[in-house]
Write a protein that binds this ligand. Sequence first.
Ligand SMILES: *Cc1c(COP(=O)(O)O)cnc(C)c1O
Length: 456
Amino acid sequence: MKSEQYKTYLDESELPRAWYNLRADMKEKPAPLLNPETHLPVTAEELEKVFCKECVKQELDDTTREIPIPQGVLDFYKMYRPSPLVRAYFLEKALGTPAKIYYKFEGNNTSGSHKLNSAIAQAYYAKEQGLTDVTTETGAGQWGTALSMASAFYGLKCHVYMVKCSYEQKPFRREVMRTYGGDVTPSPSMTTEVGRRINAEHPGTTGSLGCAISEAVEAASKLPNSRYLLGSVLNQVCLHQSVIGLEAKTAFDKLGVKPDVIIGCAGGGSNLVGLIAPFMGEKLRGEADYRFIAVEPSSCPSLTRGKYAYDYCDTGKVCPLQKMYTLGSSYIPSASHAGGLRYHGMSATLSALYDQKYIEARSITQTEVFEAATLFARVEGTLPAPESAHAIRAAMDEALRCKKEGREETILFGLTGTGYFDMYAYARYNDGEMSDYIPTDEEILKAHERLPKIKV
Ligand SMILES: *Cc1c(COP(=O)(O)O)cnc(C)c1O
């Protein structure tokens, strides 16, 4: 039986030739982005001042189902894609579950995560537009690394604002970016107006993604021939990440297997939307049914404890307003080790699907995450990123539920990245020094009270 193999690789010729735009199949579309000053829906023209033209087109397009992947992007995808779909036999055995567990591994490239899938597309379009420089933020460092790699390949100068606490905790991430030609500044910095303001308001702050985004947007507006690129949250990013789900679907079809439960970690929501896209499309069109689970950290619980409301995407309030599940843009999450999940809001697409009850969500603590990560590393051999281990934990919990109920379900989860650059976090765990921070209701309420008041 084919499904008994451990890894399923697709041929190069089976790489998707078009991204799948899930929004085209949503009856209720995500709410439009609003101009932060006028509170009117943003126009393409306004967005094009910040983002690349082609990316803006993709951002605003919620009707075209398939968007061709340019040859120049496919050429780079070929260097590390298709990524393998792995049957986690050894994890199943360790758990003694009748469930079948599969994972799609996106950590097999130097940047170490799925973020490269969108970095390549965005850098490609920036170059096509004739830009010379791009700016961005990075939290844990995966996105900054991915964009530095893509910028090097297409010949762009990449300026990265890196959240200060990870700049200090992850010196090797920084050096990988610099090796690929990226120029890295710890954020909040004193090089932008918004950085100076945030430093004055919150002396000694270790930064947040929201601050770093504001700095990168400001930097792009001051450099000639430059735009800002964002690694998560946006519709265009979810679109590019659909390559994960499309490959997974093709691999499952080849194996003659259909997953029952699909699980992903959710920071801004891009890998999860990408992984579930073709499956969710079938569900929305009434062709098949699946359960979908988003997993987030208890320290930054946007879906499970956030509010579905219009909010700023960044601390400096320069980006468009987006309707999403949010903790509030003034919320600065505790210094969690899953830096890639430390964002106050969530993708508009994922938020709408969650609000429409197509997706479940749960939050888990750091200690639970590292327990799962350690077991997974020992039995499956791959060292997972702490972000990815949120999905591992939920997959294990589902597999244990199957054991209790005596059910042979098929579980798919996204293993978004490698943990090689997270050894500081693993060290804390190995030394028994990891703590779990769960925000109080008062803290969340305080940030929610500062949500913008929108009349629509
Ligand atoms: C950034 C990141 C995430 C979270 O981002 P999403 O946009 O929610 O996918 C998850 N895992 C890894 C390894 C990351 O780098």
